[in-house]
Write a protein that binds this ligand. Sequence first.
Ligand SMILES: Nc1ccn([C@@H]2O[C@H](COP(=O)(O)OP(=O)(O)OP(=O)(O)O)[C@@H](O)[C@H]2O)c(=O)n1
Ligand SMILES: C[C@](O)(CO)[C@H](O)COP(=O)(O)O
Length: 239
Amino acid sequence: MGEHNNPVPVVAIVVAAGSGSRLGAAVPKALVPVAGVPLVTRAIERLAEGGVGEVIVVVPAAEREAFVEVLASAPVPVIWVDGGAERQDSVANGLAALPDLDEADAEGQVVLVHDAARAFVPAEVVARVIEAVRAGADAVVPAVPVSDTVRELTDTGSVVVDRARLRAVQTPQGFRRGLLEDAHAALYETRMTVTDDAAAAEYIGCDVVLVEGSRDAFKVTDPFDLVVAEAIAARGEPA
Ligand SMILES: Nc1ccn([C@@H]2O[C@H](COP(=O)(O)OP(=O)(O)OP(=O)(O)O)[C@@H](O)[C@H]2O)c(=O)n1
Ligand SMILES: C[C@](O)(CO)[C@H](O)COP(=O)(O)O
């Protein structure tokens, strides 16, 4: 860490540039309200509560004004960035907008990547991810056991998979900034695509550490999920 009075804040790249085609709402998914509060607002509140000091919010370019309006009273400073065609592109745009720091601070800064769609992530999960990065992990992923029996399709039919060895991957995922920048640069160079940032880190040889996630951190994807989201909002904080 370089010389300074203030510690380097934990920054979160909140990807909110998806359209939410499976949800089918009239507005981008991240702006959809649950109990009157948009998903992106909820996500940022949870991140701030868990220890994030600054957010880069990646939004559909044409909708930026609407996002600025709903986040006018965000609990942490917001940097705005336009999204890309795929989630991976949106994360890369977010990374490119990270504030300048001196080299040592930038290398060690904790960067989280979070889906706005995982709006109900408990603050404890956010804090757990940050703590694991600070403790030295390369790439940190909150994950939960899989409750269904799972079958994998084969050329001839399907086979059952040992679910005790499966974990469903959530966000926020945590990294040291330098490492995540290197990972996305490598993906860009080789035109490789991944569906999460831990896979990007793995692509450049990093180990992925799993920490306990939460069912509350589920990704709002289709209309059924909105019913669950409303129920969680009505229930309040997890016990
Ligand atoms: N080009 C994209 C695509 C997705 N996302 C974000 O990545 C997260 C996870 O994506 P998903 O839940 O699949 O969202 P959508 O792509 O919007 O959903 P759909 O596939 O139903 O359109 C979301 O917070 C979404 O806003 C993004 O920032 N930029
Ligand atoms: C990053 C992620 O939330 C991990 O589960 C997920 O991969 C993103 O969803 P997508 O549908 O692949 O964009």
